[in-house]
Write a protein that binds this ligand. Structure first.
Ligand code: NAP
Length: 246
């Protein structure tokens, strides 16, 4: 490929998305940074990277999703990689049935599931034109285990896993669709839920094979692997230090 590839990473002003944007950029990939609210942080990251632009937009809004993709293609003339990383949750204990009300379900599904879908449908014509395109959805280990920040969050990530498989079956051979499933990763995600963070961190550090929580860079490395894994589609790659086997 003579011209360098272009990646759009949603929710990349912070945490895992920012690390993915940095890692892809370090491979010479041109990157589109996105967030719904934290514009300043997104613009600062785009300014820090060699060839990057920032596009504000809320993935849960259909018009925004189309505009984000349009802006990416206008900026760089092509789109080869879509990383659906933007996500939200509410911290509600799994046994607090009243705490996970319909508003929580709608808010979480709007971003994590419908937002992912809207970004994929808007990007697919451009990804087809790439000829060798890759979608990576950021899921969670809570998609397949009875754990996570809340029931609606874990179920939303289970939906992301199955969306990954269904679309992989339909979008090949030109577009591969995979997911990464992080375990506990140290990011601003836990701001305001410090108790959850501390008890989870202590448990992970004591009981899992690799004896540490994950870093955003750990997830970025796995994402880059899937972006380049030419014979892998429909897969969910776990990035949890071995948490899933204990
Ligand atoms: N941290 C973990 O332990 C962990 C574990 C498993 C999976 N994950 C997943 O990893 C992803 C990133 O999480 P993180 O830990 O890096 O959290 P984070 O630091 O809070 O980052 C979330 C990012 O998503 C953006 N975002 C939120 N809603 C958006 C929307 N509607 N449209 C566009 N961007 C939006 C945020 O920016 P604004 O809010 O400013 O728009 C921010 O850039 C999420 O999908 C999460 O479910 C995290």
């Amino acid at each position: 490929m003579s011209e360098s590839r272009v990646a759009l990473v949603t929710g990349s002003s912070s945490g895992i998305g920012a690390a993915i944007a940095r890692r892809l950029a370090s491979e010479g990939i041109r990157v589109v940074i996105n967030s719904a609210r934290s514009e300043e942080a997104g613009k600062a990251l785009a300014a820090e990277l060699a060839q990057a632009v920032y596009v504000q937009g809320d993935v849960s809004d259909a018009a925004d999703a189309r505009r984000i993709v349009r802006s990416a293609v206008e900026a760089f003339g092509r789109l080869d990689i879509l990383v659906n990383n933007a996500g939200v949750t509410r911290f509600v204990p799994l046994d607090d049935l009243d705490g996970a009300d319909a508003d929580a379900w709608r808010e979480i599904f709007d971003v994590n599931v419908i937002g992912t879908w809207q970004m994929i449908t808007a990007a697919t014509p451009h990804l087809r034109a790439s000829g060798d395109a890759s979608i990576v959805n950021v899921s969670s280990v809570s998609a397949t285990r009875a754990l996570g920040s809340s029931v609606p969050y874990a179920v939303s990530k289970a939906a992301v896993n199955h969306m990954t498989r269904l679309l992989a079956s339909q979008l090949g051979p030109g577009i591969r669709v995979n997911a990464v499933a992080p375990g506990l990763i140290e990011t601003p995600w836990y701001a305001g839920a410090e108790q959850v963070w501390e008890s989870s961190r202590d448990w992970i550090t004591a009981h899992t094979p690799l004896r540490r929580v994950g870093t955003p860079e750990d997830v970025a490395e796995a994402t880059l692997h899937l972006v380049n894994a030419a014979y892998t589609t429909g897969d969910v790659l776990t990035v949890d230090g071995g948490r899933h086997i204990v």
